[in-house]
Write a protein that binds this ligand. Structure first.
Ligand SMILES: Cc1cc2nc3c(=O)[nH]c(=O)nc-3n(C[C@H](O)[C@H](O)[C@H](O)COP(=O)(O)OP(=O)(O)OC[C@H]3O[C@@H](n4cnc5c(N)ncnc54)[C@H](O)[C@@H]3O)c2cc1C
Length: 535
């Protein structure tokens, strides 16, 4: 086979996972090319001006980067030297119920306890107890697990059984988040707030096996953060690391198929390159790593005969989250939303980072799930920020941006195209609720923009069904079985083929961990000892 150019490796898709992988490999001395179908690199690290050229920057695909500066790759890749900077606002999350005091999560844990105590002394004590118990579980088990290749389930269970912390984790995880919240906390607003955080992570709140997620979040040292200059600035910093290390990110290039050649063994063959839709053939001497979803990787980009039927069936059956799709409302404002009103005791609410509205009790989750099941609009439970309160660079001088997201079904009334006629109505409902809590949003408003979930996979086709985690965590699609049994070690059946996107462990959101874990596997397979991954 004749190739037009040649690299050590090719990465498909320039989301942050692909870029983190590429940055590590380039720094380890490999010559690596990343191919991206869109005109800009970064995938979900997207910041766009709405309207174009206006100076109002909106983060339309990810904004809250949880604990990002604590991720090992953020430090190891020295991203601050390449232009990344993060802010972690103190009033990190604030739930505004329809009536009564807000529920507040502060970076200062004692202030969070005080806020919980205003709802229920018992809940404040439960918060302290669970956090204390789970800090070592998070530090010694859950974080190391997320940052390494997953173990086979039997090995993992046996390892956990050997320590009291591991046994406790297994015990708590038997519950569903819903059962955990109902059993351990009593106030409806507190229960709803705790569940909401889990819902944000797209965990099925009714599914057993995820009960530990709530105490793990309570014990997590890292809070929600935002990137100065917008989420795309993190992508620019990653590209800068890559280019400095000799790597190349090519945008506007769509791979058509992966090239598979016999490798001289009796095995299934080796992935040796990529052909693009423009007819270019690029050789990959050592590997191709896909950050795309399993259907794209195994069904669209490989010929049928190179994979066994079971592998193709598992890729075809990979499932997406019902509750993940988001609808976004983005506003350009003359002043930021004022949640505190005229009450000086509430002035701090104007500095709240993530503001949640429309959520009053845990029962609303059942209504949400049932509406999603039916493809109908759920109750308006929304969350968002005014980024310019913390980073004025995201709007023209003296002006502001603000956004809200709400969970909605991708297939509205059975068909995503129904969003064409429904977006305005959903935007209006969101604005009504917003104005109830921050009346000035109605008067200080300039232009507004809506983004229904039907647009998500058009821009990022790996987010099938608008699933921002790129694959459900239910149906056993976790850990060693993510994306499916046999593919849980970042290797993709054919030699030379690797998986590095959110469909792999530990899944989606801006964590960079699938990319980093995959880097470790590729370097180990290539026999390269790379210091940057060592600690
Ligand atoms: C509305 C919305 C809000 C979100 N908010 C948050 C948030 O606040 N916090 C958070 O942590 N996460 C958030 N997310 C989720 C987050 O964006 C994703 O989980 C994350 O981007 C996944 O990273 P990735 O690198 O695996 O894939 P992606 O970021 O999706 O990148 C994949 C890349 O592959 C490219 N690609 C796809 N198909 C092809 C192809 N055939 N050929 C070549 N390239 C291809 C895409 O264009 C894209 O650039 C949000 C997502 C959405 C949609």
């Amino acid at each position: 086979m004749q190739f037009d150019s040649e690299y050590d490796g090719i990465i498909l898709g320039s989301g942050h996972n692909g870029l983190v992988l590429q940055a590590y490999l380039c720094r380890a001395g490999l010559k690596v090319l990343c191919l991206e179908r869109n005109d800009t690199a970064g995938g979900g690290l997207r910041t766009e001006q709405l309207p174009g050229g206006s100076g109002f920057h909106h983060n339309t695909h990810s904004f809250y980067h949880r604990a990002l500066t604590r991720m090992p790759w953020y430090r190891q890749l020295e991203l601050e030297q390449h232009g990344a900077r993060y802010i972690e606002p103190e009033l990190n999350v604030c739930l505004l119920p329809a009536k009564g005091a807000p529920l507040e999560w502060w970076t200062d844990f004692d202030r969070t306890v005080e806020s919980f105590a205003r709802f229920s002394r018992r809940d404040a004590e439960a918060l302290k107890r669970w956090r204390e118990e789970f800090v070592p579980i998070v530090e010694n088990i859950l974080l190391p697990e997320a940052q390494s290749e997953p173990q086979p389930p039997e090995e993992r269970a046996a390892a956990l059984q050997r320590s009291p912390e591991g046994r406790r984790l297994l015990e708590v995880s038997q519950l569903s988040p819903r059962e955990f919240a109902a059993r351990e906390f009593e106030h409806p607003v507190v229960q709803a707030g705790l569940l909401f955080f889990n819902g944000l992570r797209e965990v099925d709140l009714r599914a057993s096996g995820f009960g530990h997620h709530i105490p793990a979040l309570l014990a997590s040292p890292g809070k929600a953060q935002m990137c100065v200059g917008g989420s795309a600035q993190l992508a620019r910093a990653l590209v800068s690391v890559i280019e400095k290390a000799g790597g190349e990110v090519r945008t506007g290039v769509t791979p058509e198929r992966m090239v598979v050649e016999a490798d001289g063994s009796s095995g299934p063959g080796r992935v040796t390159g990529v052909q693009t839709t423009a007819g270019e053939s690029i050789r990959a001497r050592q590997f191709v790593a896909s950050s795309l979803n399993p259907q794209q990787t195994f069904l669209e980009l490989l010929e049928e005969e190179v994979l066994p039927p079971t592998w193709r069936r598992r890729a075809r059956d990979f499932r997406y989250n019902l509750l993940a799709p988001l609808f976004g409302l983005y506003l350009n404002l003359d002043e930021p939303p004022r949640y505190g009103g005229a009450d000086p005791g509430s002035a701090h609410l104007d500095e709240a980072f993530m503001v949640i509205m429309g959520l009053d009790d845990a029962g609303q989750f059942d209504d949400m799930v049932s509406a999603h099941d039916r493809g109908e609009l759920p109750p308006t439970v929304m969350w968002g920020s005014s980024p310019t309160v913390f980073d004025p660079t995201q709007a023209p001088a003296g002006k502001h941006t603000a956004f809200m997201w709400v969970k909605v079904p991708y297939r509205l009334r059975g068909d995503p195209s129904n969003w064409d006629g429904a977006s305005e109505e959903v935007g209006r409902r969101m604005l009504d609720l917003w104005c109830r809590h921050a009346p000035n949003v109605g008067t200080a408003r300039g232009e507004s923009f809506v983004r229904p979930p039907s647009q998500t996979p058009l821009l990022l086709p790996n987010m099938r069904e608008a699933d921002l985690l790129v694959g459900s965590l239910a149906n056993g699609q976790v850990g060693f079985s993510r994306p499916f049994p046999g593919a849980g070690t970042y290797r993709g059946y054919l030699s030379g083929l690797y998986l590095c996107g959110s469909s792999s462990h530990p899944s989606g959101n801006i964590t960079g961990l699938p990319g980093r874990n995959c880097a470790r596997v590729i370097l180990a397979d290539a026999g390269i000892d790379a210091p940057p991954l060592g600690s």
